[in-house]
Design a protein around this ligand. Structure first.
Ligand code: GDP
Ligand code: MN
Length: 396
């Protein structure tokens, strides 16, 4: 699960990591109130208004703007909230801005002595280690740095059994070219960031830019966090950070129905039980000349209700020209799935796209009888290749 910048910063603060201070606002009036609050609390004179969407590249896309008074902050916020922000990470459709972070300007006292770094903590699954990746070239895309100036990227590997060691902190601060107060502040920054990463079961924590201010403070200016979905059950306060506005509505509906659905951009909807068979089915569709419209695993306990909601979800996608149901009955009983298909046809009404059904395994004969007796115009397939041919015919 991804969270917003302001939420990531709030996690960092719990672990004593200094961040660019700011408050969230959902409308212009709130933006003015919180800007005044920043003024009172921190003496802030220049404000940065930052669109909160789950995508980076906001700066270049117009989602980060300066304001010089609370009134101007309100004005900037009123224009930013509700706008569709397009960045290289949102795709051409962009994302609607629902909230802005009104923050203190931290690039004060001119450009001299200010330095922007990059820092992230992630998991290297191959090495079975954590990695702190950091660079002297912050503020720009790390992919770009990797491409043009790979020597400017450093990594520090962390053995999960041993944890982050003090000498590694010093290596990082040294490689970033820091001295004196900034050096010391970097040590505690990285230590705090590490604690935040581990304690929140994050899979990624990325700070870009990580700023050294002109007076040698070390601050997180941006913060991107991905939390491990499988750990959310033990972090109710983090699970509550989920923002449904940022997720594909069909995927949200699927999760609510215990279905494992990922939208893709092809034209053949597929409903399959088991992730392995679902992957194989997608390959099959591709080989037969079609393109899968989705990945959908109805799971091991597929029944009439899950099949019906699966159909509803697949049919929400206007690109779908045919549906392939490929079920192998092991624990799942084919007759239950067949009953689900019949039920879905009845309750959803006019399913106009051709539906190719392959039901094999436990109670496949009963399933066949059920479908035949229903008089539905579904296309029955027996083998994998038979199913592929029938999908191809349906598309033409
Ligand atoms: P991103 O573009 O989505 O990664 O958003 P960031 O939070 O990284 O902000 C983008 C850029 O805005 C940064 O690289 C900075 O150059 C700029 N920025 C962020 N905070 C401030 C600030 O306090 N003052 C000024 N002048 N610029 C800022
Ligand atoms: Mn950034």
């Amino acid at each position: 699960m991804n969270i917003h910048e302001y939420q990531g910063k709030s996690i960092l603060q719990v672990y004593g990591v200094p961040v660019q201070e700011g408050f969230i606002a959902e409308n212009a009036e709130q933006a003015k109130v919180v800007a005044e609050e920043l003024q009172k609390k921190f003496g802030t004179e220049i404000f940065v208004i930052k669109a909160q969407i789950h995508a980076g590249g906001r700066g270049k896309g117009g989602g980060v703007k300066i304001a010089r008074s609370p009134a101007e902050a309100a004005d900037v916020a009123s224009r930013m909230i509700g706008m569709t922000l397009v960045t290289h990470q949102t795709g051409p459709a962009g994302k609607i801005v629902h909230k802005v972070l009104v923050a203190q300007d931290v690039y004060y006292k001119g450009e001299s002595d200010i330095r922007e770094f990059y820092m992230s903590i992630l998991l290297d699954r191959k090495k079975a280690k954590y990695v702190i990746m950091y660079s002297t070239e912050g503020g720009m895309d790390i992919e770009e740095v990797a491409d043009k100036n790979p020597g400017a990227i450093f990594t520090e590997e962390i053995d999960p059994g041993v944890g982050l060691q003090d000498f590694q902190l010093r290596t990082i601060a040294f490689n970033l070219g820091l001295k004196g107060k900034a050096f010391k502040e970097m040590l505690s920054f990285v230590k705090g960031m590490w604690d935040a990463y581990i304690s929140s079961d994050a899979s990624l924590m990325e700070i870009n830019p990580l700023l050294k201010t002109s007076d040698d403070r070390i601050l997180a200016v941006d913060c991107k966090v991905t939390l491990d979905d499988n750990s959310l059950f033990r972090h109710p306060e983090l699970a509550a950070m989920r923002d449904l506005n940022e997720e594909d509505p069909t995927e949200v509906e699927a999760t609510d129905n215990n279905l494992n659905y990922v939208k893709l951009d092809g034209d053949v909807g597929c409903m399959v039980n088991g992730a392995g068979l679902a992957m194989a089915t997608m390959d099959l569709i591709q080989l037969s000349g079609g393109r899968p419209a989705n990945f959908l695993d109805v799971g091991g306990g597929a029944n009439a209700r899950t099949v019906e909601s699966g159909f509803r979800i697949i049919l929400k996608d206007p690109n779908v020209k045919a549906i392939l149901v490929n079920i192998f009955g092991g624990i799942v009983r084919c007759d239950r799935v067949a009953a689900g298909i019949v039920e879905a046809y009845k309750t959803i009404g006019n399913i106009s796209v051709p539906v190719i059904v392959r039901l094999q395994g436990t109670n496949a004969d009963e399933a066949k009888e059920l479908i035949e007796a229903s008089g539905l115009k579904v296309i029955a397939a027996t083998t994998f290749t038979d199913a592929a041919a029938k999908v191809r015919n349906a598309l033409n």
